[in-house]
Write a protein that binds this ligand. Structure first.
Ligand code: SF4
Ligand code: MSK
Length: 632
């Protein structure tokens, strides 16, 4: 569907990533709109929405609060700005936690099938990881068959979602540092069951229930904790158990990973259950031969967003781009199929694909897009379905319009696959070398940079600027999600990047042969960062808020990022946000999130859109923590 592109953005330099601006120019020439164009069409965006002070939680509304004090100060029911802002934020946390945790539920479903022998397509790959989580959860492992251990673990994990008792979540109890658990317990924010906390968010925020912003926000914390220390954590553990715990692996990133003479299949979304199968089947001899019959040189698989990260981390499948590049991949004219599971999929993919020959293939019953071809995934027939999808892509190759093909050349080499286990391995099996490097100042601290892209800011600029500035200051950067792909496309995940690091960090990275920025995986793998923080704090004998560490989501956009940010803060981490969250309509909520919460939980939000100023804030925080620990 060719459209009239009213606002041209190509000349504005909307990205710092090579290739992006070139493809936007191509889109404008071919009458194709992207998220950047639709962003312009949305201007000016609603001020009430930006401030978080509109409510439509009942049919007496919608209500909105006048931020200047001249008009309504309360909704029809009497809810004020503080209540409305807090309720809206809690609903964002609930949605984010639901997305991560429902993903975990799906992985546990397949894991359970594997332990019962109900699927021949999935098996337990990392037995040691399964045994370690089993032991942590109190499952007897001695003299037991691995599938029996797995079945018991799966039962416990199932109960994490819907158990009705008031006991803490079992994953959290098993894995979170004791000091943290005591604080959560004292505050009354210890999560009991994932679905229960999400359900209670919806209950509390419906018309006429919880009007107290403090009580609402505390429940938001409880829900986010159920995501970080159980839902997301479960997705990470089970994906590692099924597909293998990531180890350092070489690959490359950017649209240049697409191949001109091959059938290009892109996997996009979040869940590795199908994307791993697509990658396996597509590279099989049978499919390569079939592609040759159609005149291609073979089949090439690339990733977008976190499904891309999942197959990058374990299989080295190269990412073609991050969130804002999903439409651009199609605009190359060289993608035969984009196979999506769920989360971060723009419905506009179908509009863009209609201008080219690309097939958008939805696979999940809970994530359908009008106009897309739906091939429903089922783990019982995983290989068959993966083959059906790859065949659709191959059959589509002859439909490619040669004159419309433009694959920008640029791509960068990278090393990904830094699970906590892989980091420990690089360190020789113990955290001690990292701890002593932090203690003697060779490394000043660690920052987890995570999250999405957002057309409010220049694409990838904040990711790249913040990362470069941090490593220059001898701060080790770890991260996940679309940050990982941004860092990869800008050469920051390659060994060459050590040259950009400060002298201390460079020395350590060269000695260990690792880059100064470690890609730890997809969004659910922020749980790996929690595990690493817990291990460092326990080795040092201090609580997480005392560590010289911070988090940053420079270009976030998803509700999942709100859940992640909140569980980072609740876990004691100073957390930078580069996009202003919709809370400024309430001074009280803003103050709680950016100041007062620190007294309760040890972490707080720090909001700074300017990446250079943000680094100053993060760096000063790290120096102040070092000083408190008595480190130079
Ligand atoms: Fe308005 Fe209250 Fe209804 Fe919200 S819940 S729409 S503030 S009346
Ligand atoms: S994919 S949640 S845009 S990181 Fe996980 Fe990227 Fe953010 Fe989606």
């Amino acid at each position: 569907m060719k459209e009239h592109v009213r606002y041209k953005v190509a000349s504005k330099g909307v990205s710092v990533t090579e290739n992006v601006n070139e493809l936007i120019e191509k889109a404008e020439r071919e009458g194709v709109k992207t998220a950047w164009h639709r962003f312009m069409e949305q201007q000016p965006q609603c001020g009430f929405g930006l401030l978080g002070i509109c409510c439509r939680n009942c049919a007496m509304g919608p209500c909105r609060i006048d931020p200047f004090g001249a008009g309504a100060s309360k909704g029809i029911c009497g809810a004020d700005a503080d209540t409305i802002v807090a309720r809206n934020l809690v609903r964002m946390i609930a949605a984010g936690a639901a997305a991560h945790s429902d993903h975990a539920r799906d992985v546990n479903h397949v894991f359970k099938m594997a332990t019962k022998g109900e699927t021949e397509f999935y098996r337990i790959t990392d037995r040691e990881k399964l045994k370690s989580i089993a032991q942590a959860l109190g499952v007897e492992t001695e003299d037991k068959d691995i599938t029996e251990i797995g079945a018991q673990v799966a039962e416990i994990l199932d109960s994490e979602f819907g158990k009705q008792d008031d006991e803490p979540l079992r994953m959290l109890k098993a894995l979170a540092p004791k000091r943290r658990s005591e604080i959560w317990d004292k505050l009354g924010v210890m999560p009991r069951a994932i679905d229960r906390e999400i359900c209670e968010c919806m209950h509390r925020t419906t018309m006429g229930v919880d009007a107290d912003p403090v009580s609402l926000l505390l429940h938001g914390v409880r829900t986010a904790l159920s995501d970080g220390w159980s839902g997301s954590m479960m997705a990470t553990y089970l994906s590692d158990i099924l597909f293998g715990t990531p180890k350092p692996i070489k690959s490359s990133a950017n649209l240049g990973v697409l191949k001109e003479k091959m059938v290009n299949v892109i996997v996009h979304g979040h869940n590795p259950i199908l994307s791993t199968k697509i990658a396996e089947i597509a590279t099989s001899e049978k499919m390569q031969a079939l592609a040759k019959e159609k005149g291609a040189e073979g089949v090439n698989v690339a990733g977008i967003c976190c499904t891309g990260n999942e197959v990058l981390m374990r299989m080295g499948i190269p990412p073609a781009g991050n969130f804002l590049m999903q439409e651009l991949a199609i605009i190359t004219g060289a993608v035969e199929a984009m196979v999506v599971d769920y989360q971060c999929l723009m419905p506009a993919l179908v509009d863009v694909a209609s201008c080219y020959h690309t097939k958008i293939i939805t696979t999940e019953p809970k994530a359908r897009i009008p106009g897309a071809k739906h091939v429903e995934f089922s783990p019982e027939r995983a290989d068959e379905i993966a083959e059906e999808i790859v065949r659709i892509a191959i059959d589509n190759y002859p439909n490619r319009v040669r004159e419309k093909v433009f694959i920008p050349k640029g791509k960068m080499d990278l090393v990904a696959g830094f699970s906590v286990e892989a980091i420990l391995n690089a360190l020789g099996g113990s955290l001690e070398p990292l701890i002593s490097a932090i203690e003697d100042g060779t490394i000043k601290g660690i920052v987890g940079v995570v999250g999405c892209n957002n057309p409010r800011v220049i694409h990838n600029n904040s990711h790249v600027t913040i990362t470069k500035e941090l490593i220059k200051r001898d701060i080790l950067v770890v991260g996940t999600g679309c940050w990982g792909i941004a860092a990869g496309m800008h050469g920051l995940l390659g060994l060459e990047a050590t040259k950009e690091a400060g002298p201390g960090l460079r020395k350590i990275c060269e000695a260990l042969s690792v880059p100064p920025c470690l890609h730890m995986g997809s969004c659910v793998d922020c749980s790996r960062i929690l595990i690493a923080l817990g291990a460092i704090s326990e080795t040092l004998g201090v609580d997480i808020p005392d560590l010289p560490v911070a988090g940053s989501a420079p270009e976030w956009m998803s509700e999942k990022a709100v859940a992640i940010g909140t569980y980072f803060v609740a876990s004691g981490v100073f957390t930078h946000l580069g996009i202003i969250p919709p809370v400024l309509g309430s001074e009280k909520v803003t103050k709680i999130l950016t100041e007062e919460v620190e007294n309760l939980l040890g972490g707080k939000f720090y909001v700074e859109p300017d990446p250079i100023k943000a680094v100053e804030g993060i760096y000063n925080h790290i120096l102040s923590k070092r000083k408190k620990l008595g480190l130079s």
